[in-house]
Design a protein around this ligand. Structure first.
Ligand SMILES: Cc1ncc(C[n+]2csc(CCOP(=O)(O)OP(=O)(O)O)c2C)c(N)n1
Ligand code: SF4
Length: 343
């Protein structure tokens, strides 16, 4: 619509719903809106950090810690393993964090967090909650012993793993979370088995669940409500908790920065990254797939899988990856409605 005033054309007024104020949120009661829809959210990872454009880890960390801040009335201390999240957010003497934040070594974030929780207990400050966070390399590989110890002692810490499926900060080396066939700096796309070999894998959320801890969940930056719900639920529980968030890395995955959410969503919708919750050793909930897609839709958007499609499609390997997704869908019941939910 063009408005006329004094004979001159005025700029059209467009009622777009942009940014965090989406239609869905506005139609909901205030206490039902997402944390990210609230202008007064903490914005725990503030602007000015040095993450790559489209970094899923930066997005995931802000979503997660903002939700934790709201759930605890801002009483959070974060312990951060060495990795991209730490390096891009805190180039000395600057920081983008708006929460009390401690940098640990690459492999001991869980142990440092356990120590912080113990100190708070001694001081009688149990209203202050402790979160440890790190990448998949710092969590599923080098920090795995400390993490398992934290679980076994049931320390009062929530550990959040931002899974970008490789050691990105040090130049995209393979980790135990790297998917089969993915090209990394240490799994070249050459030879009889190009990319990361097909092996057994290492499912750390299920391993966490096997410790019998009070809460385990997987989440994705593509589903902010689900992620916030899980963070909020975790902050309401005492003892050891674990949330594993899938966070695309445009640099390491060779995806477009603008496609970060699309790529994350396709990982979920294909069944390659199942969203589920568990407690005390049992799976208690799953987030169903809304529109199932073939894994090739997900793989095709990422240069790390380019060798699967050219010079000709590697139907055998794509088929093996599809079989992994199919097994996940069957195992977690991802095509049915969530337990107790409306789906
Ligand atoms: C004992 C030790 N080994 C190696 C390093 C070098 N290093 C720093 S960060 C990093 C990789 C981090 O990968 P990940 O935990 O997956 O986090 P991302 O950077 O991918 O977010 C490595 C190998 C280190 N800091 N300490
Ligand atoms: S390398 Fe990946 S994880 Fe690291 S800042 Fe860039 S996009 Fe984020």
């Amino acid at each position: 619509m063009t408005q006329q005033r004094g004979g001159s054309d005025m700029q059209a007024v467009k009622f777009y719903q942009t940014g965090t104020f989406t239609v869905g949120n506005r139609l909901l009661a205030e206490d039902e809106r997402s944390v990210q829809a609230n202008m007064r959210r903490t914005n725990s990872l503030d602007s000015g950090h040095r993450a790559c454009a489209g970094c899923g880890e930066a997005l995931g960390a802000r979503y997660a810690i903002d939700a934790a801040m709201r759930a605890t009335d801002n009483q959070v201390i974060a312990v951060n393993a060495t990795g991209c999240l730490e390096v891009f957010s805190t180039p000395y003497p600057e920081t983008s964090w708006r929460v009390p934040w401690i940098h640990s070594l690459f492999g001991n974030a869980a142990a440092v967090a356990s120590g912080v929780a113990a100190a708070l207990r001694v001081k009688g400050r149990t209203n202050v909650r402790v979160i440890a966070q790190g990448g998949d390399g710092g969590t599923t590989d080098i920090g795995f012993g400390c993490l398992s110890g934290m679980f076994e002692r049931n320390d009062d810490v929530l550990y959040v793993c931002y899974d970008n499926e490789a050691c990105m900060n040090s130049g995209v080396q393979r980790t135990s979370a790297t998917p089969p066939a993915a090209r990394t700096a240490t799994t070249a796309a050459i030879g009889r088995e190009p990319g990361n070999p097909f092996r057994t894998g290492k499912n750390v959320p299920l391993i966490a669940l096997a410790h019998g801890i009070p809460y385990v969940a997987t989440a994705s930056v593509a589903n902010v409500r689900d992620l916030e719900h899980k963070m909020t639920h975790a902050m309401g529980i005492r003892g050891a908790r674990y949330i594993h968030i899938h966070v695309p890395c445009p640099l390491g995955w060779g995806s477009l920065p603008a496609d970060t959410i699309k790529v994350a969503r396709l990982a979920v919708e294909s069944g390659l990254f199942p969203l589920f919750e568990g407690a005390y050793g049992e799976i208690t909930g799953r987030t169903p797939i809304r529109h199932r897609v073939p894994v090739s839709d997900y793989l095709r958007l990422q240069q790390r899988f380019a060798h699967l499609f050219a010079p000709q499609p590697d139907t055998a390997r794509i088929g093996e990856i599809q079989a992994i997704a199919d097994r996940n869908i069957a195992k977690f019941g991802l095509l049915s409605a969530p337990d107790g939910g409306t789906g």
